[in-house]
Ligand binder design. Sequence first.
Ligand SMILES: [Zn+2]
Length: 243
Amino acid sequence: MGSTRYSRHLALPEVGEDGQAQLALARAFIVGLGGLGCPAVQYLAASGVGCLVLNDFDRIDESNLARQILYRAEDVGKLKVEVARDRLLALNPSVVIECVPQRLSPEALEAHIAQASVVLDGTDSFATRLAVNEACVKMGVPLVSGAAVRLEGQLAVFTNKGKGPCYRCIYGDEDEWLGNCEGSGVLSPVTGVVGALMAVETLKLLMGIESGLKNQLLLWDAAIGRWREVGLRSKSDCPLCQA
Ligand SMILES: [Zn+2]
């Protein structure tokens, strides 16, 4: 590597030269460059994850600036993935950033996810989440899923190896909790905390560090400052992971 960029990682027994080399070989597919995606991809790029594929068709709106911390006032109207790519390359020129500024068909989503080492989903569209989950289950690619609404955060890691559980086992066909953050509102740094946790779990997955979050849903109530975990179980009639 020849630089001190990753020296604090290399000093960790959990990472070291081997872990850092594994990160450099990884390819992460990120769906949604909003309040969760922005902090998550910054940590992944800064940590030296070799290739980041950014998927978001949205342009930056003024209402995004309060929490989507990759973007500045001057970026309003620009494509999120293009601004994000430029900022991430400025942060770490040694990573590769690919932009996918389209809403993907299920087939195109599968093709992208088939190539990925890991998928991060931080979108506020439940339909997109179900499509991403389906592709991850089919392709056997791990999914790191985060959500933040009001003063509440959620995080789950689905390994998608073996018989579930998958995202659909937990949330079914509709997720009333997720709702829509435009309607419900969200406290800005709550998205930052969940996005940073998504990056932590992603790095652990890529380096093969066992996660205590396996088959667990982590819930955070920022209003009272409490975390709790709920055990996740496969649904015996899930048409995806039990097929
Ligand atoms: Zn399932």
